[in-house]
Design a protein around this ligand. Structure first.
Ligand code: SF4
Length: 668
């Protein structure tokens, strides 16, 4: 392996974040491995201390992928670019050959020689100024110096590189210290955007409280005398990610915060570089480049409550915008008092049961969809068979508790075992185009016969199908606007490394079982796709049902008497739990939403929590709505809870790095 690339992920510059640089521009995030600091709060530990998967792409290949993905910017943003500086610069030079810009997010600890090179090779940098003095750097970051980072900001700003600054707001940092940082940036230019990042409990700071959002707002107000553009980030539904005119307060750029770093551009009202109301200049670099945003996905007209730990807000699901409470939300108090404990916490599955029982008390729904995903999280991220078995036992107890306490009929489906990861199929290294993949299936875009042939010969590949042939096997037409030219199926235990892979290493992956176990008081479905019909029929005939989806548990460990249910179509097993959720919900296979590549949109027509719209109105929960029955959906497989089972009431967790972030409740 020559090129230590660990990250190759599509997105927009606002997610890096760059808010004043070519607003709305598509970018490919790249990164390698390691850092020159060891911050006690680091959120990227998996890129520093865990095993990594490497794409091994030469700089020219990285530039080719970015061009194939129609991006204008490559952002070196996953880890510290200084640790792979020559590779970073080679990528920048290869990108320039294709008229693609390069930027980075960095801790700013470059040598003078590196700064000179950066000044001529990159277009933008988001520099993290982590603390108010070198003492802070020594104690919290275990290296670095305040003065050196400030020099980097000054040097790149003077050399014409577009500069934005980020500060993680550590709870132990004083207001005085944060104001010193604001004054320092202002001394260089009061127009430099300052991103204040809410620190979540991570790594050695896991026991610290989250930074208070009220505290962040007060800081923003105080520092507003020093800096024109201050943004508050890393919590869902932040309304402080918009750009307002510093002179008259008019909205200039509207953004949506779905949590995490940065935001998504929603609307650009700027007029020839100026405020649309008072005409004052609003400095930003480059052109506004927004995609047309609407892919016809049905909007959700409801409102959601987002509770992110110490702060609660309401969001208009249709517009993805902050809204007002206009009626009391069911379980409003419950979700504040019972925060999701985190994917790796022993109480995670108990949270699902407790929350489902509270929803039954509150609404007496006809259907409860309850997803228990903790066994899968443990199997993926811990190499500990004993722990896995303990968590299967917990899931068993929690499912039995929900059945007993509701008295509902039940259908429990185990979505399959997790098998040890045998190896990785590095698709990107071997194709000219780009690939999108889940466990169990990959789709190749901009790919020709030579790509198919190259992939066919790779170890771990079971079959490669042209799109039309694959559609025949599935018994469905595959829209060429949504799906690439080829589909790839792996052998058992092999995972893909593709353009949109989540780079985190997994000890185990989803298995490719042709049958999965079901335990039910209803009729046994012959196939996963029959579950929709059976559950819908039972509920519309007046029975109350809990549908349990249990991730990471298959025939080997299923803790109930089991009936085997077909888990394949056209001879191809559903290898990914994501697809299984869709099949259970809709009775059909394949969902283009989880092939991310064709779905990048600047303007969200999407769920404000996860950015995935609910699947469609042709699904199990929609059946019930049409017959006047009600459904709630509760789960710790966060995105799937609302995407596959859009319900009258949805309560799901929202996590970063497997830890607790918050809870979303959709108000009926
Ligand atoms: S500089 Fe960033 S990646 Fe490096 S240790 Fe600190 S937080 Fe982690």
């Amino acid at each position: 392996m020559n090129y230590p690339l660990t990250t190759l992920y599509p997105g927009h510059a606002e997610r890096i974040p760059f808010f004043h640089f070519h607003p709305g521009i598509r970018t490919v995030s790249v990164g390698t491995y390691g850092c020159n600091l060891n911050c006690r709060y680091c959120m990227n530990q998996h890129l520093l201390n865990e095993p990594a998967l490497f794409y091994d792409l030469a700089p020219e290949q990285v530039a080719d992928k970015a061009a194939a993905a129609r991006t204008g910017l490559i952002s070196f943003s996953a880890n510290e670019p200084a640790v792979s500086f020559p590779y970073f610069i080679d990528i920048a030079q290869a990108a320039r050959e294709k008229s693609i810009m390069t930027g980075c997010s960095t801790n700013g600890l470059f040598t003078e020689g590196q700064l000179i090179i950066l000044g001529s090779e990159i277009s933008c940098a988001n520099i993290s100024l982590k603390g108010p003095d070198t003492k802070f750097y020594r104690e919290v970051c275990r290296g670095g110096s305040f003065e050196q980072v400030v020099q980097t900001i000054e040097a790149l700003h003077e050399r014409g590189v577009h500069v934005e600054v980020t500060t993680p707001y550590v709870p132990s940092m004083t207001r005085h210290g944060m104001m010193h940082i604001a004054a320092t940036i202002s001394g260089i230019s009061r127009s430099i955007p300052w991103h204040i990042f809410r620190l979540l409990p991570e790594y050695e700071y896991r026991d610290l409280p989250r930074t208070g959002i009220v505290d962040m707002i007060e800081l923003k107000n105080e520092a507003g005398d020093l800096l024109d553009y201050i943004y508050l980030e890393n919590f869902a539904n932040s309304i402080w990610v918009d750009t307002l005119c510093p002179r008259c307060g008019e909205l200039v750029f509207k953004r949506v915060s779905t949590g995490g770093c940065g935001a998504t551009l929603f609307d650009a009202r700027i007029r020839e570089g100026c405020c649309p109301a008072c005409g004052s200049p609003v400095p930003f670099t480059g052109e506004v480049c927004m995609d047309p945003g609407d892919d016809g996905v049905e909007k959700d007209p409801r409102k959601g409550v987002i509770e992110v730990g110490g702060w609660k807000s309401v969001v208009d699901m249709a517009g993805c915008l902050p809204a007002e409470h206009d009626r009391p939300a069911p379980l409003d108090g419950f979700i504040s008092e019972n925060p999701y404990p985190g994917d790796m916490d022993a109480a995670s599955d108990a949270w699902v049961t407790d929350t489902a029982l509270a929803s039954v008390d509150a609404c007496s729904p006809d259907l409860v969809v309850a997803t228990y995903a903790q066994c899968a999280f443990i199997a993926r991220h811990r190499e500990d068979e004993q722990a896995y078995r303990e968590f299967v036992g917990i899931a068993h107890q929690e499912i039995k508790r929900l059945i007993a306490e509701t008295g509902y009929d039940y259908l429990v489906v185990g979505l399959g075992d997790m098998v040890p990861a045998k190896g990785t199929i590095n698709l990107e290294k071997h194709i000219q185009g780009i690939a999108s993949a889940d466990d169990g299936i990959a789709c190749l875009y901009h790919a020709g016969p030579e790509d198919a042939e190259a992939v066919s010969g790779l170890e771990g590949v079971q079959a490669v199908y042209p799109r039309e042939r694959f559609g025949e096997l599935l018994g469905t037409d595959l829209d060429p606007d949504l799906y690439g030219e080829y589909f790839v199926i792996p052998e058992q235990g092999w995972r893909f490394l593709a353009f949109s892979s989540v780079g985190r290493f997994s000890h185990r992956i989803d298995s490719l079982d042709p049958y999965v176990p079901v335990f039910t008081s209803l009729a046994v479905p012959p196939h996963l796709s029959d579950i929709r019909r059976i559950v819908s029929g039972a509920v519309t005939s007046g029975r109350k049902v809990v549908l349990f989806m249990v991730d990471g548990v298959g025939n080997r460990h299923f803790p109930f008497d089991k009936a085997p249910v077909s888990n394949s179509v056209g001879g191809i097993p559903y290898g990914s739990t994501l697809h299984q959720y869709m099949v259970v919900s809709t009775g059909r296979t394949l969902n283009p939403h989880f092939f991310a590549y064709p779905h990048w949109k600047s303007r969200p027509n999407i769920n404000p929590f996860s950015r995935h719209a609910p699947f469609n109105s042709d699904c199990l929960t929609a059946d019930l709505g049409r017959s006047g029955r009600t459904a709630v959906s509760i789960g710790n497989r966060s995105i799937m809870t609302h995407t596959a089972f859009p319900a009258d009431l949805t309560i799901e967790c929202h996590c970063t790095s497997l830890h607790h972030h918050g809870t979303l409740e959709v108000i009926a």
